[in-house]
Design a protein around this ligand. Structure first.
Ligand code: PLP
Length: 452
């Protein structure tokens, strides 16, 4: 920090403050964690200064021998950790991984066969008229993913996102009564819509998915099954999700982030079958530019950490703690989407407290509980205000919280929300609850207006 302060003291101060804030509050955002010092330190090296567009042994720049070492180790670790045939560790983030995967699937399923049919090996040899036809063909494909309010991600075909614009998109939801995935309804929609790509995976669905069933559904129309395991990669790596709950043996392509439950550096990666590997390997320059070599190095360190027995214990604790948190809410009369959890996410419906998600998020933040508001299925308050709060256990599990602490968290949350009164707007709320947590984490409470 002293080195940073000598150049720009305000950045040093913000960095120091960020550490204080992350340590002095209860981090319950389901997509966040605390990476190890080894992971953090690996990101801060001179690999950041190196350009390495291309693939291992086939770069567009000279002097990439050490990046080749790093990328090889990272992908070998990923393949071994997840039992995958192929791993691509270049994507800079989860969104990059999904975009790269979509274009790789299009290259494999549409562009390749189209060029072969036209008897053309190189796209540059196409006439202008044929080029236009190929572009139309690529732009005419269908994608089906889980809707945002059911727990899917923006990149799964949400209209305002590029995935909803580059494909003809359609979405599947969850059962309106149980909130659970209805595989028969998904199968019916797939048969009607006939997507080229069926996307499974979620950001806010508090349950496990049966990927064998999803593959069977994809196969019924010859669709490619892509699973986005960004959220639960740590539970797959830690062998909490096995058999039909592990997407790797069932999906053609699996995308992920490395920084959520997997507890690595901020980044993305893709796993694929050998069939799809050559197309995914063209991620750079198809979609990506120079890889972040320092982050690929940190992914290798995180994958190595995730191979250990202690990571398996951690992953099991993440799932057990979600049960404790959900149990703590239910025993205090709170309402949960799907009635509970069997992964790392708990989705609290805050309408029974007379609050919007935004009001609840704001009141909890004032009590030192950092969460995010989230839509619930068929949310009456829309995607901005929402009616839910999403909780995740990965970060506090890293800090050593167990059953008793998560029960205490549930008590604190319910008490804050019970004592919060909405202001006139959907944004504002005022809470009277005050807390000091047993572990010494001081929970701040203003007891006044929490308008943002
Ligand atoms: N996929 C899923 C399921 C996610 O939940 C997220 C992030 O929240 C992403 C992709 C995007 O990841 P990133 O923020 O690294 O682009």
């Amino acid at each position: 920090l002293e080195v940073i302060a000598s150049v720009e003291p305000r950045i040093a101060e913000a960095t120091r403050q960020e550490l204080a804030d992350q340590r002095g509050s209860l981090k319950l955002i389901a997509s966040e964690n605390y990476a190890s010092p080894a992971v953090l330190m690996t990101m801060g090296t001179w690999f950041s200064d190196k350009y390495a567009e291309g693939t291992v042994g086939h770069r567009f720049y000279a002097g990439c021998q050490n990046v080749d070492t790093v990328e090889t180790i990272a992908s070998e670790h990923a393949k071994e950790l997840f039992g995958a045939e192929y791993a691509y560790v270049q994507p800079h983030s989860g969104i990059d991984a999904n975009l790269t995967a979509y274009w790789a699937i299009l290259a494999h399923r549409v562009e390749g066969p189209w060029l072969q049919n036209a008897g053309v090996k190189n796209m540059n040899d196409l006439s202008e008229a044929d080029w236009e036809k190929l572009r139309n063909e690529l732009g005419n494909q269908r994608l089906l993913g889980m809707s945002l309010d059911a727990g899917g991600h923006l990149t799964h075909g949400f209209r305002p996102n590029i995935s909803g614009k580059m494909f003809h998109q359609n979405q599947y939801g969850t059962d309106p009564v149980t909130g659970l995935l209805d595989y028969d309804a998904v199968a019916k929609k797939v048969k009607e819509f006939k997507p080229l790509i069926l996307v499974a995976g979620y950001s806010a669905y508090p349950r496990r998915v049966n990927f064998a069933k999803m593959r069977e559904i994809a196969d019924s129309v010859g669709a490619t099954l892509m699973v986005d395991m960004a959220h639960f990669a740590g539970l797959v790596a830690g062998k909490v999700f096995t058999g039909e709950e592990n997407p790797v043996p069932y999906a053609h392509v699996v995308t992920s982030t490395s920084h959520k439950s997997l507890r690595g550096p901020r980044g993305g990666f893709i796993l694929a079958t050998e069939e799809y590997a050559p197309s995914v390997d063209r991620g750079c320059p198809m979609v990506l530019g120079g890889p972040l070599s320092h982050v690929m190095a940190a992914k290798a360190v995180a994958f190595a950490e995730a191979k250990t027995e202690s990571f398996q214990t951690y992953a099991q604790n993440v799932a057990d703690n979600a049960q404790s948190l959900a149990g703590g809410f239910l025993s205090r009369g709170a309402k949960l989407v799907t009635g509970g959890t069997d992964n790392h996410i708990v989705l609290l419906d805050v309408t029974s407290f007379g609050l919007t998600g935004r009001q609840a998020e704001s009141a909890l933040l004032d009590a030192g509980v950092v969460t995010n508001r989230n839509s619930v299925p068929s949310d009456p308050n829309g995607a901005w205000y929402t009616s839910g709060i999403r909780f995740g256990t990965p970060a506090l599990t890293t800090r050593g919280f167990g059953h008793d602490e998560f029960d205490k968290v549930a008590e604190l949350v319910v008490d804050v929300l019970k004592n919060t009164t909405p202001n006139a707007t959907k944004d504002g709320a005022a809470s009277k609850a005050t807390y000091t947590l047993a572990d010494g984490v001081a929970a701040r409470t203003k007891g006044a207006s929490a308008e943002m």
